[in-house]
Ligand binder design. Structure first.
Ligand code: HEC
Length: 218
């Protein structure tokens, strides 16, 4: 259940924040009202905390950032310096857990269901529910699905264009497991790293993208 009081308090805080930020616009790190970027960020955090209503499995710890998220927030909207990006990618890459099989591969039919499924980790899901990847929210994948987002590149014909051997299967598994192992501060969720998807689900997605019989490669 939503708490109306919390929401209106948060609304007031957000308006105050917006006014404070507008005062800062174009004035660098400190505006005429003396609010620095760091102070504005702190106020934003405070207002999010005040408005967060714990519901089911979605509790306030969702607002706690890990070290990588903290760095990426710091560089939001700016280019991450090369040395920092390199360190992030190296650390994320080394934390990837590969499957026991030699070449990551699964069922493209299951992969398509996972790509379509936007459930998981919301307040109305239960702990342990099997979730999906919601991949179509950001990517074109199989051409039969005409409703898709374009934050990410089109993955149509991915296997045809990129090859279908072990090397590309390994890369694709790792990319889905942790996109930031290859592009620091990517917008793509870290599906394996954050335990949004299991290893088996990621292998089904590899099949969706690579299998010559998958609609992606027709
Ligand atoms: C919130 C948006 C978003 C979602 C959801 C998302 N992606 Fe991505 N994806 C991106 C962006 C942005 C890129 C390009 C930047 C990068 O490489 O990280 C990308 C890149 C990729 C790439 C690399 C393409 C290449 O040419 O190397 C693959 C593969 C991929 N996504 C697969 C998936 C799969 C499978 C899912 C679902 C489990 C998924 N993505 C969900 C945003 C998203």
């Amino acid at each position: 259940m939503m708490n109306k009081k919390n929401i209106s308090m948060a609304g007031a805080a957000l308006i105050a924040l917006a006014v404070a930020l507008a005062g800062c616009a174009g004035m660098g790190s400190s505006g005429s009202n003396g609010i620095s970027d760091a102070e504005a960020a702190r106020l934003a955090q405070e207002s999010m905390k005040a408005s967060f209503v714990t519901s089911g499995i979605a509790s306030i710890d969702r607002l706690t950032q890990d070290e990588l998220q903290r760095i990426c927030t710091e560089y939001a909207g700016k280019e991450v310096p090369k040395d920092i990006a390199g360190k992030i990618e190296k650390a994320q890459l080394s934390a990837i857990v590969m499957p026991a099989t030699d070449t990551p591969n699964g069922s493209w039919q299951e992969g398509e269901k996972i790509a379509q499924n936007g459930r998981g980790l919301t307040f109305s899901d239960k702990a342990g529910d099997v979730g999906g990847g919601n991949c179509y929210a950001c990517h074109q994948i199989a051409p039969q699905e005409i409703s898709y987002g374009n934050i990410g590149p089109s993955l149509y014909n991915y296997g045809k264009l990129r090859g279908q051997g072990k090397e590309i299967a390994d890369y694709t598994y790792k990319k889905i497991y942790n996109a930031q192992a290859f592009s620091a501060c990517s917008n793509m969720p870290r599906f394996g790293h954050q335990k949004i998807l299991t290893q088996a689900q990621i292998m089904d997605l590899v099949a969706l993208l690579l299998d010559p019989k998958s609609p992606v490669n027709q």
